[in-house]
Design a protein around this ligand. Sequence first.
Ligand SMILES: [Zn+2]
Length: 70
Amino acid sequence: MSTHTNCLVQNCTQRPYAPAGTAVACKEHFLDFLKWRRRKGAQMFSKYAAMTMPERDVVAVEWVKTVRVE
Ligand SMILES: [Zn+2]
């Protein structure tokens, strides 16, 4: 199902901006997700690009755990 009307980060009410796995993230969180992947190194960055959607979901879930919403 891809009926996401909100960012995948819990309690975030921003409008969806770009996909993160099968979910979507708002602009701010999407950029944060990019930064997080970049911090993990170039290998992770290119690996993610080659991943299937279910594999991307695993990465996205791992990242979401690091996000803090005020
Ligand atoms: Zn968000």
